[in-house]
Ligand binder design. Structure first.
Ligand code: DGL
Length: 266
C-alpha cells in the first residue's frame, strides 16, 4: 500500500526527561515502521514538583515543538504532564490525536487479592484532581495507598539506578509491604527503569505493573482509527530532541543502555 504524506509523518513523544524512553521502546516494538520524534524537556525537569500551571505551560510549548516537526499523533509519555495538561492539550490542539498516561489502577484493582493496592507517583500526580478521579472510577472496593515518591524520578534522571535510589525505593515501599498490598502500580515513567529494584524491595508478595505496553497499543489503535498508521515495510527511526543539553541527553541514553535498558537507537 502506498504511504501518503500524513501517514509518513512522525509520532511525537515527550516527557520531562528520560522516563518516556521506556514508553518509546514499547511504541517502537509495536509500530516498527513509524518514525518517532522524542522530546526530553530536560531544562524543565522535574515536572513532579512544579505547580499545575507551570507543567501545563511546558506541555503546551513542547507540543508546539513536536507539531513544528510535523508530528501526526502525540504521546504524553509522562503521568505528571498527563494529569496537569491532557485536557488542555486536547482542547487547544483539537485536530491532533493525543495519548496520555495514567497509573494502571484498573488492572491493579482487577489483580489484587488482598483488596489493597499501592500507587507510586510523583508529588504532582499525587496532588492532582485526575488521580482522585481515577481512584473514584476504578478504586471501588479497593484500598488505594498513594505514595508520593519525592526524589525518585530525579535519581533515575541522574543515572542512579541502584544505591541511593534503592534506599529511596525501600523507604517508599516499606509501608506497602506492611499494609498487605499485593499490587503496586508504577505511576511515573521514570520508575520503569527501577523496576527490578522496586520488585526486589517490594518482595515476592507484591506484583509490580506499569502501563507502557497498553499505552503503545492505544497509540496504534488511534493511528488506525485516524487513518494515520504508516503502512510501509521499512524500519522507522528516532530523532531525539531536548530543551537541555543534547550531549548530556545522549550520555543519559548511553548510561541507561549500559544498565540494560532497551532504548531505541539514534
Ligand atoms: N516521568 C514523569 C512522570 O511520568 C515524572 C518525572 C518528573 O517529575 O518530571 O510522571
Amino acid at each position: 500500500m502506498a504511504t501518503d504524506d500524513a501517514q509518513a509523518r512522525p509520532v511525537g513523544v515527550f516527557d520531562s526527561g528520560v522516563g518516556g524512553l521506556a514508553v518509546l521502546a514499547e511504541l517502537q516494538r509495536l509500530l516498527p515502521a513509524e518514525d518517532f520524534v522524542y522530546y526530553a524537556d530536560s531544562a524543565h525537569f522535574p515536572y513532579g514538583g512544579k505547580a499545575t500551571d507551570a507543567v501545563r505551560a511546558r506541555a503546551d510549548a513542547v507540543t508546539r515543538e513536536l507539531l513544528a516537526r510535523a508530528a501526526k499523533l502525540i504521546v504524553v509519555a509522562c503521568n505528571t504532564a498527563t494529569s496537569a495538561a491532557i485536557a488542555h492539550l486536547r482542547a487547544a490542539f483539537a485536530d491532533v490525536p493525543f495519548v496520555g498516561m495514567e497509573p494502571a489502577l484498573k488492572p491493579a484493582a482487577a489483580l489484587t487479592k488482598s483488596g489493597r493496592v499501592g500507587l507510586l507517583v510523583t508529588p504532582g500526580t499525587a496532588e492532582g484532581e485526575k488521580l482522585a478521579g481515577l481512584i473514584d472510577r476504578h478504586g471501588a472496593g479497593v484500598r488505594v495507598d498513594v505514595v508520593a515518591a519525592a526524589g525518585l524520578a530525579d535519581a533515575v534522571e541522574h543515572g542512579q539506578l541502584d544505591g541511593d535510589a534503592r534506599a529511596l525505593v525501600r523507604r517508599y515501599v516499606a509501608p506497602l509491604r506492611a499494609s498487605g498490598a499485593d499490587v503496586l502500580a508504577l505511576g511515573c515513567t521514570h520508575y520503569v527503569f527501577l523496576r527490578r529494584v522496586i520488585e526486589e524491595e517490594a518482595g515476592p508478595r507484591i506484583t509490580v505493573i506499569e502501563p507502557s505496553e497498553a499505552v503503545a497499543r492505544q497509540a496504534k489503535r488511534l493511528l488506525e482509527e485516524c487513518g494515520l498508521l504508516n503502512p510501509g515495510a521499512d524500519a522507522g527511526g528516532v530523532t531525539y530532541l531536548t530543551s537541555g543539553d543534547a550531549a548530556a541527553f545522549a550520555e543519559q541514553r548511553a548510561r541507561l543502555r549500559a544498565a540494560g535498558a532497551e532504548i531505541p537507537g539514534d
